[in-house]
Design a protein around this ligand. Structure first.
Ligand SMILES: Nc1ncnc2c1ncn2[C@@H]1O[C@H](COP(=O)(O)OP(=O)(O)OP(=O)(O)O)[C@@H](O)[C@H]1O
Ligand SMILES: [Mg+2]
Length: 368
């Protein structure tokens, strides 16, 4: 890498104004493009080494498209992506090969993500073959060490993925992702398909690996309860845009975007007594609008409990309101000012001051 290609920020990932649109084709023989699905519509993100950014939003908000675009598994329509100082936007699949040593992906579905015809050993050693890397000590010994490190029994080297449970399969996926010592792993809902107790084990493993190797994670999830357990910072996405981003404790204790308030009100409180006293939840009205024809102005306005006329006219810019805390809303609202019918539990504010007392909570370490 030349000095001219380096961004000089020290971030492992920088994303600016990323847009990924999918064409909508007409029926019939001609299959003309008649519209665009604006799955990701201008997002900015950055992650520093050893840090976890949680990317959260409901189904269809564009999280997977953003995650895959960042690793060029889907071609972005516009914007700039820089991984470890090197711009990757526009690189051919061949030119991406060396980048994949530094940036890997873990997928949601551990059943489909692993080739059923390959053994565990074959799957985890694949990155060495693709990258033509022979680690000191040889590939097989290294793979056996990695298996041990992620909690797999090295005796299972010659077994096939379908012989394993969901949690074990996700460990195989993690082993494959860390094989080449990447600096960034994009994790797309890696625990969503798993039981809660298994989720905690996998999140613990990811946290431990981060501490040990200084890996940065972009961690995608659809609810704030999971990202809370692993993220240093959180970005809230809605209909292809970032609505709010802040350090973890700020997102949970002092959110300002009505959408963040509504997502938070769905997060269960670990203490059953406080859960019982939770005030009314903010229930979002209607479905996520179509990303083919998003609402004018603020895309969230059609489901917002306090939308004003301005919200239909002007797109709210993502404005920094405090260090690291950005919000895209014309009328940001503090928890204490929420109207009674959408009041969120202030218990969340108390919890955010210290570690959450939930049975599965894992405090992420400081960024490396
Ligand atoms: N290949 C594609 N072609 C056309 N539209 C697509 C394609 N992939 C995704 N979309 C659309 O883009 C939007 C965002 O989808 P995406 O899968 O990125 O959302 P998500 O936030 O990951 O949702 P989920 O939580 O359900 O995984 C959706 O409207 C989806 O239908
Ligand atoms: Mg998804």
């Amino acid at each position: 890498m030349t000095a001219a290609m380096s961004t000089g920020t020290g971030d492992i990932l920088q994303v600016s104004d990323l847009k990924t649109y999918f064409p909508v084709k007409s029926r019939g023989l001609l299959r003309r493009t008649v519209g665009q699905v604006k799955a990701v519509d201008g997002i900015d993100l950055s992650i520093s080494p050893g840090e976890t950014l949680g990317l959260v939003g409901e189904s269809g908000s564009g999280k997977t498209t953003a995650a895959r675009s960042i690793l060029m598994l889907v071609r972005p329509t516009d914007g700039k992506i820089t991984i470890d100082g090197q711009e990757v936007t526009g690189l051919s699949p061949k030119a991406m090969v060396p980048i994949r040593r530094k940036a890997q992906m873990i997928f949601q579905d551990p059943y489909n993500a692993l080739n059923p015809r390959h053994t565990v050993g074959g799957i985890i050693s694949a990155p060495f073959r693709v990258q033509q890397v022979t680690p000191p000590g040889g590939v097989k010994n290294t793979v056996l060490e990695i298996m041990q490190r992620v909690g797999l029994n090295p005796e299972h080297y010659n077994r096939y993925p379908n012989e394993f449970s969901g949690g074990q399969r996700q460990r195989i996926g993690i082993a494959r992702a860390i094989a080449l010592n990447p600096r960034l792993i994009v994790c797309d809902e890696p625990v969503s398909a798993l039981d809660v107790s298994i989720q905690a084990q996998i999140l613990n493993l990811l946290n431990d690996l981060q501490k040990e190797f200084g890996i940065a994670y972009l961690f995608v999830a659809h609810d704030l309860a999971v990202v809370r357990q692993i993220s240093h910072r959180v970005a809230v996405m809605y209909l292809g845009r970032i609505m709010e981003t802040a350090p973890r404790q700020i997102i949970y204790s002092a959110p300002l975007h009505p959408y963040t308030h509504s997502l938070l009100s769905a997060v269960p409180i670990p203490d059953p007594k406080r859960q019982a006293h939770r005030k009314s939840r903010i229930v979002l009205q209607g479905d996520l609008p179509s990303p083919i024809d998003p609402p004018s102005g603020c895309v969230f306005r059609t489901r917002c409990f306090q939308a004003h006329e301005k919200c239909a006219i002007e797109v709210p810019p993502l404005v920094e309101v405090a260090p690291g805390h950005k919000v895209a809303c014309h009328f940001p609202i503090e928890t204490k000012d929420l109207p009674a019918r959408v009041e969120v539990d202030t218990a969340l504010e108390e919890e955010a001051a210290g570690p959450v007392a939930g049975p599965h909570f894992i405090e992420p370490g400081p960024p490396h």
